[in-house]
Ligand binder design. Structure first.
Ligand code: NAI
Length: 273
């Protein structure tokens, strides 16, 4: 059911790679809620072509941008403003990539060039997006910027390796730039800490299916889906959350506040018998 929450708003949505992507679901919901927006992804991701389908159904233009390139981001904002006919009201940062995870390096054996790449792509890119927006004065007053995070920013999940550090940096940038941009232009910046979700980035993490099942059994509501995540993102883009900023908001079915569940206790008891 649509509520018209984003009627008249203009946005930029990054990170829609295929129909499993969280950003893909956000785009579909943003359209349903009355927004107009541009889609963006790294030029290399465009080769897969799936984003064209999304662009067609959302009547959105695609503007390629490597989120680590300030020049590409300048072009992204300028072209988006031109195409959409005015300044931007919301931005989704839905970007993550770790060469160390891709190549199966554990935390004690990281390649440092790749480590820097993970931090640049997955975290510093949010700073760059905010910095370029501020410099170009591209976002309207009370605009909203949302990034996607994971609880490995606060707790140790060994298989998450350097992405854990990237997420900690991402959340810190949301807090610190949130203060700056809030003071300057009343622009809000938050991160959503999402449950494990079956996407290209998610499934690439070692042992994904096991920790997906673990989190599902731990959470009283079960794991939050990508669709549910998209709905939460939409509320943060809307005027209903005008005073929410500099937050890391858990969207995880209660996982982050649970010590242990009866289901997991039973599984351990069975093992001990
Ligand atoms: P996804 O693989 O569909 O999306 C990741 C996106 O990042 C892709 O579209 C990819 O092309 C883009 N990207 C990579 N390098 C880029 C660059 N240099 N410039 C621009 N874009 C680039 O996977 P998903 O899960 O939808 O990921 C979206 C966000 O959600 C990521 O930040 C991820 O860490 C976060 N997240 C995912 C969870 C999961 O279990 N899937 C859980 C919690 C957070």
């Amino acid at each position: 059911m649509a509520y018209g929450l984003l009627k008249g708003k203009r946005g930029i949505i990054s990170g829609a790679l295929d129909e499993n992507s969280i950003a893909w679901k956000v785009a579909l919901k943003a359209k349903e809620e009355g927004a107009t927006f541009t889609l963006t992804n790294a030029p290399i991701a465009m080769r897969m072509g799936a984003i064209n389908q999304l662009a067609e159904s959302c009547e959105a233009e695609i503007i390629p941008a490597d989120a680590t390139s300030v020049e590409d981001l300048e072009n992204l904002y300028s072209k988006s403003i031109e195409t959409l006919g005015g300044k931007i009201d919301f931005v989704l940062h839905s970007i993550g990539m770790s060469p160390n995870i891709r190549k199966g390096r554990d935390y004690g054996h990281l390649n440092y060039d790749w480590y820097v790449k993970s931090l640049d792509v997955s975290a510093l890119s949010l700073h760059k997006m905010l910095h370029v927006a501020e410099k170009l004065d591209a976002i309207n007053e009370w605009g909203s910027v949302v990034g996607l995070s994971y609880i490995a920013a606060q707790r140790s999940y060994p298989f998450y390796t350097d992405m854990a550090d990237a997420k900690a940096v991402l959340e810190s940038i949301a807090r610190n730039y949130g203060f700056r941009y809030g003071k300057a232009k009343n622009v809000r910046v938050n991160t959503i800490s999402q449950s494990p979700t079956r996407t290209t980035a998610g499934s690439g993490i070692g042992g994904f299916e096991s920790f997906y099942a673990f989190a599902d059994k731990m959470s009283p509501l079960g794991n939050a889906s990508a669709e549910d995540c998209a709905s939460y993102v939409i509320t943060l883009f809307s005027d209903l959350t005008r005073m929410v900023t500099m937050q890391n908001l858990f969207h995880d079915g209660g996982y982050s506040s649970t010590g242990i569940s009866e289901e997991l206790m039973q599984m351990i008891q069975q093992q001990q018998q």
